[in-house]
Structure formats: C-alpha cells, structure tokens
Design a protein around this ligand. Structure first.
Ligand code: PBG
Length: 330
C-alpha cells in the first residue's frame, strides 16, 4: 500500500521536475538586501522580499523548481541550531511568501543544521570530539522539515547525513498529515573540497574538525550506494549524488541500480571553476556549460541542481526559438 502511495506521489511530480534544472537560493534575514557572494560570481544571498522578486523573474524565464538554504547571522546561531526549527523560522517565512506571491514554483528546502549551529556541524554534538548525537539530531531535523511542510514546501531535502534521517522525517510528516510532501535524500554525499564556496555562501564552515565523520570518502562508492538503498527503503522519493562531476560513475550506478529518480548536485566549487576559467578566457562559458550538463545527463541524472540553472534555461529557450524558425515559424 505504501508502495502505491509513493508511486502516485512520484508520477504526480515527475513531469514537473524531471528535465528542468533546479536553482538553489541562499536566504538571509532583513529587508531589501542582496549580497553578492564573492566566490560564486552571479550568485547572491537575498532577504525574503528580494528573494520573491528574483524567484518571480526566474519563474518567468522558465525555472520551475528552487532549492532554499537559510543563512542566519552569528547572533542567531547556537549549539543546537534552534533557529532552524523555531516557529516562524527564516525558511518557513520565505516559503510562505513565495507560495503566496508566485504561481507554479516547486519549492525544495534544505534540511540541515550546519548554517544554524555555532560549531557549523550538520547535527547536534554529544560533546565528545565532534561526535553527532543521533537522537537529538533526528528530532531537530524532523521538526525543521515539519515547519517547512507547514509553510508549504513541496519537497524537503535532508542533507545532514544523519543515519535514519529520511525515516524520521517521513514519519514526522505523515503523522502530521503531510503525506503529499516528498523527500529528496542527499544520499550519496561525498566529503568534497568542491563545497568550499558554498561554505562561504552559507557561512557554514565547521568551526573545528571536518565532515568526514558523516560524509563519504571519495573512493567509497560502495558505501554511497548502500546509503542510497537505505534512503529508498526509508521512503526517499528521489535520491541525490553530490558533487556531480567527480562522481559521474556513482550517478550512473545509482541510475542503473535503483528505480527512483536520481538528482545530481552541480556544486559550488564546480560552478566557481567554470566561472574562473571563463573569466580567464580558457573556455567559452556557454559551450563549457553545455558540455558539462550533457555529461551529467549522460551519466543518468534525472534532475540537475545547479547555480547555472538560469543560463541553462536561457539556452533551452534560445534553442527552442531556433528550432521554431528552422521549422518555418509557428
Ligand atoms: C550542507 C550542505 C553543503 C552543500 C549543500 N548542503 C555543504 C557541506 O556539506 O559542507 C554544498 C553545496 C554546494 O557546494 O554547492 N548542509
């Protein structure tokens, strides 16, 4: 029975999500604020009012799905990441505004504590050398997911890599009547240097230690595939491989092995590389972008999450136009 429910879930969303790039956004407190992110030229942090304007223009361009990350000031961070799941939290406010003001946008929210904790780790710590307190972390993540669902999120995307996070969130959502909210599992998340610019963007670098404790070593594709299988068993409607470019083989294996759709995250470092090379004149950005996106698709990704999403859609629109004029117009 559960199986059936999931199937309708997916078919309902499939046409809306597949083949369309997902655009990530960084959301900050305050008003009328747009903060450029140095390491990611062309990407900004937006206060909620400015976010709504940008999402509106992205929607008109053809972006149908967005992924939201919350970025709070140091003042709002604590050991437990309490501002991630408090009533009227930043992301819930953002989701409500978007859903109120813009039609036809699918909203995915990131569910993780790293941008809300003083220590910058993805979960709540036990106090012993950066170890994660699993029980407390799962409770916090499920609360956070529930807030987002209540605000109107269509998907929640747990990225904390806490074992059992998908099951805990599914259970919390279902017991509160949010069966319609889907879960995108950040299942195969490798410990990668390519997250560097993101940590500047989200101000989420760990204050000590690193994330090797809960992210996979780059050689360990077997473990990543086991985690994907576990996330699917726990109820993930879609799974993710991240980063994309250094892990194309994992995308391919996931696609061949499992029946759920696979998302690939073209991460901040990949974006920064592309921009730097283009700026130096080493390659033509549009051509390089087309080649890279093709490679991620060829590997088997159903969905691509990318900071280049607007450019990808612009390119698609231009191609459609050319095709139309080639076929003799409308
Ligand atoms: C953690 C999270 C990270 C990214 C997305 N979610 C960073 C990390 O694990 O350090 C990275 C995405 C990117 O680099 O674009 N919540």
């Amino acid at each position: 029975m559960v199986q059936n429910k999931k199937k309708t879930h997916w078919t309902q969303w499939k046409s809306k999500l597949i083949e369309d790039p997902v655009l990530p956004y960084f959301v900050i407190e305050g008003k009328s604020t747009v903060q450029p992110i140095k390491s990611m030229p062309g990407v900004n942090r937006f206060s909620v009012d400015e976010l709504v304007k940008d999402v509106d223009s992205a929607r008109q361009l053809g972006i149908k799905t967005i992924l939201l990350f919350g970025v709070v000031s140091n003042r709002k961070k604590d050991d437990l990441g309490g501002n991630a799941f408090c009533p009227d939290d930043l992301i819930s406010r953002a989701v409500k505004e978007i859903k109120d003001k813009i039609r036809g946008v699918t909203v995915i929210t990131d569910v993780c504590l790293c941008a809300y904790t003083t220590h910058g780790h993805c979960g709540i710590l036990t106090g012993h050398e950066g170890a994660i307190d699993r029980r407390k972390t799962l409770k916090a993540l499920s609360e956070m997911a529930l807030r987002h669902a209540e605000a109107g999120a269509d998907w929640v995307a747990p990225s904390a890599m806490a074992k059992g996070q998908v099951a805990a969130i599914r259970q919390k959502l279902d017991s509160n009547g949010f069966h319609r909210v889907n879960i995108l599992g950040y299942s195969a998340k490798f410990a990668s240097v390519f997250y560097g610019p993101f940590r500047e963007a989200a101000k989420s670098a760990p204050a000590f230690g690193d994330r090797r404790e809960y992210q996979f070593a780059s050689a360990d594709s077997a473990r990543a595939l086991r985690r994907i299988a576990a996330d699917i068993r726990e109820g993930a409607d879609m799974v993710m491989v991240k980063p994309a470019l250094a892990y194309l083989d994992v995308i391919r294996q996931a696609k061949e092995k499992f029946r759920v759709p696979v998302a690939a995250y073209n991460v901040s470092g990949e974006y920064a590389l592309m921009k730097l090379g283009a700026k130096k004149g080493y390659w033509d950005e549009q051509a390089a972008l087309a080649e890279i996106m093709t490679s991620i698709r060829r590997a088997g990704a159903d969905v691509i999450i990318s900071y280049h999403a607007k450019d990808i859609v612009r390119r698609k629109n231009a191609e459609k136009k050319t095709l139309k004029s080639f076929n003799g117009g409308e």
